[in-house]
Design a protein around this ligand. Structure first.
Ligand code: COI
Length: 358
């Protein structure tokens, strides 16, 4: 059961300076306010509040610290040239939040109410939405288990928060093609695990592989399936697409891959251009063979944070696959221009994806 009460707003009296619009890092600056919502068994979700951004107090026995029962989302608000603020398919994020919560045994939220609360928060923080090309206001909703209890069982109390961060590009260097290590030792997820959920452990369990990859000059890790280390899954921060001899291919959702909203949008956008995307198993051997045959035309990642990130090189078992001579592919560029154009109101939104915050 979801209870929604009147939203309480406590305005900050100590407003921060905003970053210069052309110098926006990723995820280290936060706005003046945040949204909070509480859950207690028997009472449901209650006490929606917008309060000044700041630290929270938790019991050291809060279950989040011990068993990691938590989920999160990533979405963005964009500034249009005429000063309006747009959200991109925000309903999809709250839908996915509930799917992640179901997997982590966290009670569902009212998706419509969440969108209303978010809208109120963005209205209050509108001036924080940066305007420079390639920047946006990153929105991070998340839920943590707060009950003080060391039992290994779902908590009876939770806190949902939404924090906001003006951001530039996720990978340093903007739209420059990234170098990715294909990981064949560590595993991110397996079928039946939590791979399809946006939950903290899926990310932190990848840090060791990520650190090794970074030491060798890679920006991130491309995960393979956990059983055979043969089939491609996703990159740590994004889904992945390949253009092989004219065909666009992406790994099919199999329970261990995140159902990315940008991934879905790219498939739908390409469909609206009459280009179909094959969603199927893609083995790393197939990619290597395509590379050797000169048929690996483009590789790009998709994600809210990553947007469209061209991949310029894949490193797998000591073999280097240079893609498109480290240049941005024609399709990757067109997809980037179109999706960011829709998100910022520069190009028509024929699929009705943007929602204006008024
Ligand atoms: C996002 O793209 O919003 C994500 O949550 C990915 C995260 C690793 C930055």
């Amino acid at each position: 059961m979801v209870n929604t009460y009147q939203l309480e707003v406590v305005e900050s009296t100590n407003k921060k300076d905003k970053p210069l619009h052309d110098q926006v890092p990723f995820g280290t600056i936060f706005t003046d306010h945040m949204f909070t919502l509480e859950y207690e068994e028997g009472k449901g979700w209650h006490e929606p509040k917008i309060v000044p951004y700041g630290p929270i107090t938790l019991d050291p026995a809060a279950m989040i610290f011990h068993y990691g029962q938590t989920v999160f989302e990533g979405m963005k608000a964009y500034r249009t040239e005429d000063g309006r603020v747009l959200l991109f398919r925000p309903e999809k994020n709250f839908e996915r939040l509930n799917l992640s919560s179901e997997r982590l045994s966290i009670p569902p939220v009212d998706e419509k109410a969440m969108l209303e609360y978010l809208t109120e928060l963005i209205k209050l923080e509108k001036n924080w939405v940066p305007a420079t090309q390639g920047t946006s206001l990153y929105i991070r909703p998340f839920i943590i288990s707060t009950e003080a209890n060391l039992a290994v069982a779902p908590a009876k109390a939770y806190k949902l928060m939404i924090i906001l961060s003006p951001v530039g590009s996720y990978f340093t260097g903007g739209l420059t093609p990234v170098i990715i290590h294909v990981e064949d030792q560590f595993t991110r997820a397996v079928k039946g695990g939590t791979g399809m959920a946006k939950t903290a452990g899926n990310y932190s369990s990848g840090y060791q592989a990520q650190a090794n990859a970074k030491k060798a000059g890679n920006a991130d890790v491309l995960w393979l399936d956990g059983i055979e280390k043969k089939y491609i899954e996703e990159v740590g921060s994004m889904n992945i697409f390949f253009k092989i001899n004219g065909e666009i291919v992406t790994p099919a959702l199999n329970g261990s891959i995140l159902n990315g909203i940008t991934r879905t949008s790219i498939i739908e956008l390409l469909g609206s251009w009459g280009i179909s995307v094959a969603q199927r198993k893609v083995s790393v051997n197939e990619i290597y063979e395509a590379y050797e045959a000169g048929q690996l035309e483009e590789v790009f990642g998709t994600g809210t944070a990553a947007v469209i990130s061209p991949v310029g090189e894949l490193n797998w078992q000591g073999k280097k696959m240079v893609v498109n001579n480290h240049q941005i592919g024609e399709l990757s560029q067109k997809l980037y221009d179109t999706i960011t154009g829709i998100q910022t109101g520069k190009v028509e939104d024929p699929l009705g994806w943007t929602v204006e915050v008024k």
